[in-house]
Design a protein around this ligand. Structure first.
Ligand SMILES: NC(=O)c1ccc[n+]([C@@H]2O[C@H](COP(=O)([O-])OP(=O)(O)OC[C@H]3O[C@@H](n4cnc5c(N)ncnc54)[C@H](O)[C@@H]3O)[C@@H](O)[C@H]2O)c1
Length: 363
C-alpha cells in the first residue's frame, strides 16, 4: 500500500504541511512508523524544566541602568495527582466567640455565628457532616431530626461531646406532620426560633423498572423525599414567621432532579427530587416577603452508606467514568456549600438549585 504525499490546507495560523495520505485499509508498518515518529518529535519539543531560570529587571535595582538583572531559579514541582476524597475528619472544632470577633467582615458573614439550626437526616451521611460543619462554622445550637433513634441519639451525643455546643436529637419521621410540629415547637422553647433548616433526610430506590415499580413503594418514596421536605419547610417556615426572623431553608435534592441517571432505572427517585427542586423554587417565591430564603443543593454521586450496596459496585465504575473528576463525592463535600447557603453571605440567593457533582452533568 503506497502512501502519497500532498499539501493539506490548515487553519490560518498553521503553515501548510506535507502529510502522508493513507490509502484505506490497515496502514503498513512504515506508515505507522511515520506517524509515531512525528508524534515523538512533537513530544520531544516540550522541554520539561526542573528549574525555571528567572531574570527580574527593576527600575530601582542596582545595575538596572546597565541592563543587569536580579537572577534566580525557581524549583519546578511535578503537577499534583488527582486528590483522593478526604478521610473522615474525627475532630469537630467549634468557632469560638473570640475567634469570630477577630475574623474579617466577609468571613464573619460566611459563618453561621449565633444561628439555631435544624438538620433532618443528621444521624448519618451527608446530613451528619453538614451538622458538624455548622458546629464548626459558629452555630449556637443544633437540633437533629431523624427516624433512626439509636444512630440519631449517638450522633447528637457525639457532636455535643466534641464541641460542647447544645445539640439535641428528635426522633421524627419527616412524613409525620404532627410530630414535626411538636419537635419544632420544642426547639423554639429550648434555643429560640430556628434560623436555618437543612433538610437532608431522604431515601433512594434504584434499579427498578417503571413497568414493574410497586405503587406502594412509589408512594412511600415520594412521601419521604417530597412530602417530608414540604412538611419540614412548612413547620420551620411558620416558626420563623411567628418570630419575625429571617431564615434560610436548604433542601437537599439531587442532580437526579435535573438529569436522568445512567445506567440504573430509578424514575421514582428522579421524580421525587425534581419535585423537591420545584418545591424549593415555589417556596422561595412565596416566602421572600417573610425574609425566608429557600435554596436546593443537588449532589451528584456521593460516597455514603446510601450507595454502599454491593449490587451498585459495577455501576459505580460507570458513574465514575462519566464524572470529569473521576470520583464519587466525599461525605463532607457538601459542607462548604451548606454553610454558605445557611449564612448571611448568600443573602441575595433564593430559589437557586446548586448542582455539586464533580462535573457529572457537564457531559
Ligand atoms: N448519597 C448520594 O449519592 C446522594 C446523591 C444525591 C442526593 N442525595 C440525597 O442526600 C440526602 C442524604 O443522603 P445520604 O447519602 O446522606 O443518605 P443516608 O442514608 O446516609 O442518610 C439519610 C438519613 O435520613 C434518615 N431518614 C431516612 N428516612 C427518614 C424519614 N422518613 N424521616 C426522618 N429521617 C429519615 C436516615 O435515618 C438517615 O440518617 C438524601 O436526601 C439523598 O437523597 C444523596
Amino acid at each position: 500500500m503506497a502512501a502519497a504525499t500532498r499539501t493539506i490546507r490548515m487553519a490560518p495560523r498553521l503553515a501548510a504541511i506535507s502529510r502522508p495520505v493513507v490509502a484505506r485499509g490497515t496502514p503498513s508498518l512504515a506508515q505507522r512508523a511515520a506517524f509515531s515518529v512525528s508524534a515523538g518529535r512533537f513530544k520531544s519539543q516540550v522541554i520539561k524544566e526542573t528549574e525555571v531560570p528567572v531574570s527580574v529587571y527593576n527600575p530601582d535595582s542596582k545595575g538596572a541602568a546597565a541592563g543587569n538583572a536580579g537572577q534566580y531559579t525557581l524549583p519546578v514541582k511535578p503537577a499534583a495527582r488527582a486528590v483522593e476524597p478526604a478521610p473522615e475528619e474525627e475532630e469537630v472544632v467549634p468557632l469560638e466567640d473570640k475567634v469570630y470577633k477577630q475574623m474579617p467582615r466577609t468571613l464573619q458573614k460566611m459563618s453561621v455565628h449565633g444561628k439555631v439550626i435544624i438538620i433532618t437526616g443528621g444521624a448519618r451521611g451527608l446530613g451528619n457532616h453538614m451538622a458538624r460543619a455548622c458546629a464548626e462554622a459558629g452555630a449556637k445550637a443544633i437540633a437533629i431530626f431523624d427516624a433512626n433513634q439509636a444512630l440519631g441519639d449517638e450522633s447528637a451525643a457525639e457532636l455535643h461531646q466534641k464541641t460542647g455546643l447544645p445539640v439535641s436529637f428528635f426522633k421524627v419521621d419527616v412524613r409525620d406532620g404532627d410530630a414535626i410540629n411538636a419537635a419544632v415547637q420544642n426547639v423554639v422553647e429550648l434555643y429560640g426560633a430556628p434560623d436555618v433548616l437543612v433538610n437532608s433526610a431522604g431515601i433512594a430506590d434504584s434499579n427498578i423498572k417503571a413497568e414493574t415499580y410497586d405503587s406502594a413503594m412509589f408512594r412511600r418514596l415520594i412521601d419521604i423525599n417530597l412530602t417530608g421536605s414540604f412538611l419540614m419547610s412548612q413547620s420551620v417556615g411558620r416558626a420563623m414567621m411567628a418570630a419575625g426572623k429571617p431564615g434560610s431553608i436548604i433542601l437537599v435534592a439531587s442532580m437526579s432532579g435535573s438529569i436522568v441517571n445512567y445506567p440504573q432505572e430509578q424514575s421514582c427517585y428522579n421524580a421525587s427530587k425534581a419535585g423537591v427542586i420545584q418545591l424549593g423554587k415555589s417556596l422561595a417565591a412565596e416566602w421572600a416577603k417573610h425574609n425566608i430564603r429557600v435554596n436546593c443543593i443537588s449532589p451528584g454521586y456521593m460516597d455514603t452508606a446510601l450507595n454502599n450496596v454491593p449490587a451498585l459496585d459495577a455501576q459505580k465504575k460507570i458513574w465514575k467514568s462519566l464524572t470529569p473528576q473521576a470520583r464519587l463525592g466525599a461525605v463532607d463535600d457538601l459542607n462548604g456549600l451548606c454553610v454558605f447557603l445557611a449564612s448571611d453571605a448568600s443573602g441575595f440567593m433564593t430559589g437557586s438549585n446548586v448542582i455539586i457533582d464533580g462535573g457529572y452533568t457537564l457531559y
